[in-house]
Design a binder for this molecule. Sequence first.
Ligand code: FES
Ligand code: MG
Length: 568
Amino acid sequence: MTNTPRKLGLARNTSNYGDRDFALYLRKTFAKSMGYSQAMLDRPVVGIADTASDYNNCHRTIPELVEAVKRGVLAAGGLPLAFPTISICEPSLSPCSMHYRNLMALDTETMLANQPMDAAVLIGGCDKTVPAQLMAAISSGTPSVMLVTGPMLAQAFEGERLSACTDCRRYWARYRAGEVSEEKINTLEGKLATTAGTCGVMGTASTMACLAATLGFMPLDAASAPAVHADRLRIAEEAGAQAVRLIHKPVTPLSLMSQGNLDNAVRVLLAIGGSTNAIVHLAAIAGRAGLSLDLKRLDALSEETPVLVDLKPTGEGYMEDFHSAGGMQALLWELRDLLDLGALDLDGVTLGERIGDGDHYVNRKIVRARGEPVSPVGGLVALHGSLAPEGAILKRSAATPALFETEARCMVFDGLEDLANRIDDPDLDVTPQDILVLKNVGPRSPAGMPEAGYLPIPKKLARQGVKDMVRMSDCRMSGTAFGTIVLHIAPEASVGGPLALVQTGDRIRLSVKERRLDLLVEESVLAERRAAWREAPAPKRGWDRLVHEQVTQAPLGADLRFLTASGE
Ligand code: FES
Ligand code: MG
């Protein structure tokens, strides 16, 4: 018997058993058991990656989003079939969510590539989910529309507005400093995140949503429409319709990943004062497409890209303010001379056309004009030097300028446990001028590159009113945090990078002006320490072992080597 010709929908061959026609017959038989009419089964299929999970508060609205996507698919002539993948909620996983981003990418890629579907809608939202799904889409080659759950709303409380999670951190720091009572911090626990949706500030979730829209994987207003707004459901319905359009005019996710589009994404990341995590995610997404996110390029773009969006943690507003202020369209219009306006989205529309002709409402308090930026230069800088030969990142827009040029002795913590054990010790030999260093928390460490870069100010200093100190590590920081914090130091300590050799009392020099991060210790001393350094034992089995064997350093996206475009 000859091979069945390649067809759309459930008539597509994905399994074999050595008799393709029988495999297809079997699948159709079981599809019939779901009660679909033949007319439905003849339609092309849009797979819907459903990441609802009782563990994921940020994805609580996904059941109704799936329903809305299905409406859109059905109305446009497709058959929608939702399927589960793993879901990653930022505060819920051990050792940290980042450790599983690549697992979600691998799960999603595998299901996209190997189930019968002609296009997909990927529903994500919480920090790691959107990068995981974009990585999966690019690697699987399945034409895919991105849909995010959308940000939560801020809540009025005692005369101010609150939302996760910049305000969580701000209040926790004040509680640690003794400025907020136990009773109040407990009350606040129920006031900081009060609606469905992702964190309401320009944290990682919102940043990744803005980047996915910039890259063309979803419409511009889909980046910021609140989770509970009726528009969010209309956006979901349109995502379903767009996926059906993609079936008839397939555009691969890879084809959106031009250098121009990648630069556009970096520009937007800078202009929104976006999360440092997005640099790692964007590097991983680029790596799936055979591109790289060069840190020196990021730095050059940062010099000529102003911060225009005034949202927490860099500024004042919340995502709902950005949305009603004009959102991505207003922002991109302001940046238009810096962007590759010819970059295409999934519908083949250029960025220039998507931005329009400037005839849109803008609230200038939130989306600033080029002449009145929040900051004339971008929020992020890349540092290099003897302590970070492959680079490190500083979010200068959330840092204290007075600390930009610092040379000081350092206090080193060997890992998270050491940090937890000693940071609040009243006898800790530390002054406000010292630099706090945390090591063994990079992508290959057992800690899995957590968001621990926002080291707490030692309690005894916090109580003296110290609000910021220079802190550095090989891990990440929440996109909602603030402080003079150097992150993603590469190579990390766990692979024996220079960070592994730093000891308490060493002097370190940070120069934001020169983009340098240097360890001021004699080479002969470092050579002795290097000879004595020992790698931690490798995990014996499972995902931890695969990560240990395959994970790349932060500048390459902390992806697994065998999943990147080059596979190396
Ligand atoms: Fe999910 Fe912040 S915890 S977006
Ligand atoms: Mg976050």
